[in-house]
Design a protein around this ligand. Structure first.
Ligand SMILES: *Cc1c(COP(=O)(O)O)cnc(C)c1O
Length: 228
């Protein structure tokens, strides 16, 4: 087995054990492999080991890899910050966007979604930790944003996403993820997705209801940003 295949198996065990610990069905928890900064060959290896969904943060890098991997039926998710002049290629080349945090971006994605493609799946990114530097709408803004997004014809609002402040304290991890779940429930919309949990906190996220865990380092190893 390749290292990546071994890592996928280990993460699969972590997901299964976390699901079991909270009496959840592990088939309701998707593994989104976060492949930013990693080469197309790493995605190819992960795909061969059974992973179908990949998350990318940087548009040009993602488009380059999509070209190199056009022979594979990969499901592409955009999970990075979105500038409004980049919405068109995102609307054209992804199945999901997890990082929508303002209406202007959602409106542009809907208007630019090609007619021959199904509705673009959307998660609204919420800043549950209140750090000034992080992207995501504030909990106060969420309800108005969510209800407006449900009115856009070419988007399908699926749920919420968050990247909490990193902490090793499991109680704090769970509190942040519980907050996202409660915010989702308070919207009273028909939503089925909570995109939360990364390599270091996937167990806490699953305990609080994650349906996508977004895993990079635990699958592909540490990232090297020195070339970017
Ligand atoms: C990089 C990234 C991840 C993966 O983080 P790891 O700690 O490497 O698992 C998940 N979600 C988002 C939005 C990211 O940017």
């Amino acid at each position: 087995m390749s290292t990546i295949a071994e890592n996928i198996a280990k993460v699969g065990v972590r997901i299964r054990e976390a699901a079991q610990a909270s009496q959840r069905d592990f088939s309701h928890i998707g593994l989104l492999a976060v492949s930013k900064t990693k080469p197309a060959d790493a995605i190819r290896e992960a795909f061969a080991a059974g992973v179908t969904d990949f998350g990318e943060n940087y548009l040009q890098e993602a488009l380059d890899k999509q070209t190199q991997l056009s022979d594979l039926p990969v499901v592409w998710h955009f999970i990075g910050p979105i500038q409004s002049n980049k919405t068109k290629p995102i609307a054209e080349h992804f199945a999901w966007v997890h990082s929508v945090d303002r209406l202007k971006i959602a409106e542009r994605l809907s208007a630019q979604r090609p007619a021959h493609l199904p509705a673009l799946n959307i998660c609204l990114q919420v800043n549950v930790s209140g750090e000034a530097s992080k992207s995501g709408c504030s909990p106060d803004q969420l309800s108005a944003l969510a209800h407006a997004v449900t009115q856009l014809p070419n988007l399908r609002l699926r749920g919420l996403m968050t990247i909490p402040e990193p902490t090793d304290d499991v109680t704090e991890q769970r509190a942040a993820f519980a907050r996202l779940r409660e915010l989702q429930q308070s919207l009273n919309l028909d939503l089925d997705t909570l995109s939360m949990g990364m390599s270091h906190d996937l167990e806490a996220a699953i305990a609080e209801g994650a349906t996508w865990v977004r895993i990079g380092t635990a699958l592909f190893g540490a990232r090297d940003y020195s070339n970017s």
